[in-house]
Design a protein around this ligand. Structure first.
Ligand SMILES: Nc1ncnc2c1ncn2[C@@H]1O[C@H](COP(=O)(O)OP(=O)(O)O)[C@@H](O)[C@H]1O
Ligand code: SF4
Ligand SMILES: [Mg+2]
Length: 328
């Protein structure tokens, strides 16, 4: 195996607010290889988006990376100047976020926006970029690409706009696609179409994908590896097969159970009690201790570190062995 395509190591990110600080990412490390699809799951507020945003230089003004590295093709992205990062974003790393910072320009025709992505990054000349734009619109399931080329973002539905964002992200055939809930707003047919297209790009071009999703079905169908985040930390990391068969972190088990129960009863029942808290101080114990069924004094006094738990499987829990015996 060669070097990973992207390697994030010990990332810490804090936000300042008027009264206090938010400890959003607290020592996250993971790698992604060429051609790999990695799924990141976890409840809202777990630090998924901030982790990815930080790595590609899209952190909000009140945020600060206090330590860590993010190596991509031999460069630490966290040390690059904004202009250098802009070059990488959109050319080598495609980005789809449901965030206004990366959304469409309201006064520019959508076709021109897709073309612009290719022209700014010198991926193609005008004629080729135009042809490829029509092709991308077609692949995104947008009917009549030639006339839709001239439409403005407000003339599209939310789902259609999301497809255009994906087209822009894929325009220069990036090596890595970072996608934060990219298909959530889309209906199932279009979602399947876009996932098939991503699979195809992975196969043909060896593209890698990091995908944040709350959809476990999507994560386990599409991704090779799964990371579960909570409290700005990685709680469990495994191959998808291991995760399906042997997840043993109490938080992952709660998440998995909530999915099964949603499916079974048709409405959401949260088997994890209480909701996630915003962390306003450095961790002194397990971030999940207030909500876990297995908490002991040790959990409140010692932050569990990510450790090996079988082959291709890591987790951060002091009592995973007992928990595994109990649930299996
Ligand atoms: N600009 C910001 N200022 C203050 N806190 C923030 C900001 N952005 C995110 N946070 C906080 O950082 C934590 C992680 O957020 P985020 O990465 O968006 O979670 P996720 O994507 O997993 O839902 C949350 O507690 C969130 O409230
Ligand atoms: S370390 Fe303790 S509180 Fe945290 S998940 Fe494991 S058992 Fe629960
Ligand atoms: Mg998010």
């Amino acid at each position: 195996m060669g070097e990973p395509l992207l390697s994030i190591d010990d990332l810490h990110v804090k936000f300042s607010r008027s009264e206090d600080e938010v400890y959003a990412v607290n020592g996250v490390s993971f790698t992604i290889d060429a051609n790999e699809a990695l799924g990141i799951v976890g409840e809202s507020g777990s630090g998924k988006s901030v982790t990815l945003m930080s790595a590609i230089g899209l952190l909000r003004e009140n945020g600060k990376i206090t330590s860590g590295t993010a190596n991509f093709q031999g460069q630490n992205l966290l040390k690059l100047r904004p202009k250098q990062l802009e070059d990488i974003r959109g050319r080598d790393i495609g980005v789809v976020f449901q965030d206004p910072m990366t959304s469409l320009n309201p006064i520019m025709r959508i076709g021109d926006q897709i073309m612009e992505a290719m022209l700014t990054h010198h991926y193609a000349g005008r004629k080729e970029a135009f042809e490829r734009t029509l092709q991308l619109l077609h692949e995104m399931g947008i009917p009549d690409p030639k006339s839709r080329f001239k439409s403005y973002p407000h003339e599209f539905s939310g789902g259609m706009r999301q497809r255009i964002m994906i087209a822009i992200a894929l325009a220069c055939e990036p090596q890595l696609l970072i996608a934060d809930e990219p298909t959530t707003a889309l209906d199932v047919t279009v979602q399947m179409q876009i996932l098939a297209l991503l699979q195809d790009l992975r196969r043909k071009r060896g593209m890698s994908v990091v995908m944040v999703t709350h959809d476990f079905g999507l994560a386990t169908n599409f991704c090779d590896n799964i990371i579960v985040m909570y409290g700005g930390q990685i709680m469990e990391k495994a191959t998808t097969d291991q995760f399906i068969r042997e997840a043993a972190h109490p938080y992952s088990l709660g998440l998995k159970r909530s999915i099964i129960e949603v499916g079974h009863k048709g409405k959401e029942i949260l088997p994890i009690p209480k909701t996630a808290k915003t962390l306003t101080a450095a961790l002194t114990g397990c971030p999940f201790a207030d909500r876990c069924n297995y908490t002991t004094d040790r959990c409140r006094q010692e932050v569990p570190q990510l450790r090996a738990f079988g082959t291709n499987h890591e987790l951060a829990c002091h009592h995973a062995e007992e928990v595994a015996c109990y649930v299996r």
